[in-house]
Ligand binder design. Structure first.
Ligand code: ZN
Ligand code: ZN
Length: 635
């Protein structure tokens, strides 16, 4: 009997009878393995588990927990959906149904349903799972054969006509669908997997608005029921924490149709904003940055020099004044080049670190605007360092220390860095690129900061480091960026006199640590679920009276706290103390201070925290000092 040699991912090799299927091979290893694999990859090509293998090759057996396995699980789940739909709505015409992030969708014509119908369809899918329906691959002899089978479905007909190679179908009992495969071997797989129909939407055939509007059913699908439950929990939590929702409930921000994509920070939101600015300014003072205040509107000549006119014009807002063309600045870099050029520079002046919180405007499409995450008006903790080549290492060390301090020590985010290197289309000296890339990588290693390399993903003007953080819900955000720029200084003709008496071009470093302050605040609101640490909190303490006769004392305590720079308010309403405490907790006030006869007599307050803990009475003057210290430490 002819043999084939199979190589496994660990490098081990074994002989099998020619024609053995991946499932046969899995069984020969263990029954457990055979039960858990759903598909295989043979010589780099995805194949069904029952495909007879005819030649030597590398075999990977895939479980739903592996990403390629999960894709097949999700893909097959779309067919399971179509199967259920056809049983319940025989006139429906299945069109296309690919796997997507978190699950799959399938588009149908002649299917008129609402979200209320989804539980019934899902129940039918579970029924099919219980029936243990086998998947059977059918190769079509030619186009004519396939066209005959799908003659009643114009969408499948259109697809078949468009195929270059032969086509195939999969039969699942009483349901057959056009597909290249592979599929999971049996619907029983879905007894273990976690799936759920999510919602319906309208979608045009092939995404073109001149075509028929189809009914799209979205489904979620995960390897296990547990993973699905965890996904649903996190999604629910994310909805609860949505910064637009919390921003409204906690009176932090608002939007108005008269200025789309441009957030209004209300009194409490402005506190957050200004506390972040104060924090950045403190760091600037320690780290040798100098802040400037710059115009927002510039003649088009500036953008021609910077290159924005050529590459970025459509994303900018333009105005005409006195017959001249002006634009609102979308970034600070060009204006900082003008500042650099304002006076002659020598090597003794470098490095120069220019910081700017100027509002920036970008003409984002109206359709993509979303809360604080996609806006038209924002500010960054933006700065530009101009330095000599030999100062680059020290600058990069300083910047990475800054990143580490902010994300590790202050915000306690999990974060990782990505180093993006020279793209195919780059400008400047290749040697300088290599040198800079090596320097960035070496410095990251020295600082013991974990990073990955994104080969060829740098900007055309220089390599960059992007910082990604993970929030409380495990979602990733890209925030900070450190970009070297060898080009803009050339475009603006920036120079300094070196110690050798010669003219040199400085290197420019663009950096933003928090990035867009608007976006950062949106992330913070969701990360903390509006339970801000003391230093950021809009209301740090609330003084609650037990009876009307305590109001004067409450006002005196509040005044003493305010004199120390703390943000406090007084609740002297005629409501019960319990109700007032409860409301203060819901408002996420950090410290709740109740005052009655005893406290009044002794110069005390009864201290609670928003988590419901009662900490007993304390002299209010002492407490004020403690809170000042806690806020200052930014814990
Ligand atoms: Zn398929
Ligand atoms: Zn810049």
């Amino acid at each position: 009997m002819a043999k084939i040699k199979i190589t496994f991912p660990d490098g081990s090799k074994k002989e099998y009878a020619k024609g053995a299927s991946p499932l046969d091979i899995a069984k020969s290893i263990s029954d457990g393995l055979a039960r858990s694999v759903i598909v295989a990859k043979f010589n780099g090509k995805m194949v069904d588990l029952d495909r007879p293998l005819q030649e030597n090759g590398e075999l990977v057996l895939l479980k739903p927990s592996e990403s390629e396995g999960l894709d097949v699980l999700r893909h097959s789940c779309a067919h399971l959906l179509a199967h259920a739909v056809k049983r319940l709505y025989p006139d429906a015409l299945p069109t296309l149904g690919p796997p997507v992030e978190h699950g799959f969708y399938y588009d149908f014509d002649k299917l008129s349903i609402t979200n209320d119908d989804l539980p019934r369809i899902e129940a039918e899918m579970r029924k099919i799972a219980k029936e243990h329906v086998k998947a059977e691959r059918i190769e079509h002899k030619d186009k004519a054969e396939a066209l005959k089978i799908y003659a009643k479905n114009p969408y499948k007909v259109e697809m078949i006509k468009g195929f270059d190679e032969g086509s195939s179908s999969y039969r699942h009992g009483d349901f057959q669908d056009l597909c290249r495969g592979p599929h999971v071997p049996n619907s029983s797989v879905y007894e273990k997997a976690g799936f759920k129909l999510d919602k319906i939407a309208g979608a045009y055939w092939r995404g073109k608005s001149e075509n028929t509007m189809l009914t799209r059913i979205y489904g979620l699908c995960f390897a296990t029921k547990k993973e699905l439950a965890e996904f649903l929990r996190l999604r629910e939590e994310a909805e609860q924490r949505d910064h637009r929702k919390l921003g409204k409930e906690h009176e932090l921000l608002m939007f108005h149709e008269y200025s789309p994509g441009s957030p209004f920070f209300l009194f409490k939101g402005a506190v957050l904003y200004n506390e972040l600015l104060a924090f950045v300014r403190e760091e600037y003072a320690k780290r040798g940055y100098n802040e400037v205040i710059t115009p927002l509107v510039y003649d088009k000549a500036l953008w021609e020099t910077s290159g924005h006119w050529e590459h970025y014009r459509e994303d900018m807002f333009h105005l005409e004044i006195d017959g001249r063309e002006f634009s609102l600045k979308p970034m600070n870099c060009p204006s900082h080049c003008l500042i650099y050029k304002n006076s002659a520079k020598s090597y003794r002046d470098l490095p120069i670190r220019i910081a700017d919180f100027a509002p920036l405007h970008r003409n984002e499409l109206k359709g993509v605007l979303a809360g604080l995450t996609r806006v038209r008006k924002f500010s960054q903790d933006d700065s530009h360092t101009f330095c000599a080549e030999e100062q680059l290492e020290e600058e990069v060390i300083g910047l990475l220390d800054y990143v580490k301090y902010v994300y590790e020590k202050v915000f306690h985010f999990d974060y990782s860095l990505v180093l993006s290197t020279r793209p195919e289309k780059f400008m400047g000296d290749k040697k300088l690129w290599d040198k800079a890339e090596n320097l960035l990588a070496k410095t990251l290693e020295k600082q013991k900061i974990s990073f990955t390399i994104n080969e060829g993903d740098g900007a055309f003007y220089g390599p960059k480091i992007d910082i990604r953080i993970k929030d409380a819900l495990g979602r990733e955000w890209q925030l900070a960026t450190i970009q070297l720029d060898f080009q803009l200084p050339l475009r603006f003709g920036l120079e300094y006199e070196g110690s050798d008496g010669q003219r040199h071009t400085p290197i420019m470093i663009h950096k933003a640590i928090l990035g867009s302050l608007e976006r950062f605040i949106g992330i913070l609101i969701e990360h903390y679920a509006a339970k801000f640490p003391l230093w950021l909190s809009p209301v740090q303490a609330r003084i609650i009276t037990i009876a009307d006769r305590h109001k004067q004392y409450a006002d005196d305590v509040a005044k003493a706290f305010r004199m120390k720079g703390l943000r406090v308010d007084v609740d002297a309403r005629g409501e019960t103390t319990n109700k007032k405490v409860r409301e203060a907790q819901l408002d996420q006030v950090n410290y709740i201070l109740v005052v009655g006869d005893k406290e009044l007599a002794d110069g005390m307050v009864n201290v609670r925290t928003r988590d419901g803990k009662v900490h007993g009475t304390k002299k209010y003057v002492d407490l004020a000092d403690e809170l000042v210290a806690e806020a200052k430490a930014r814990k």
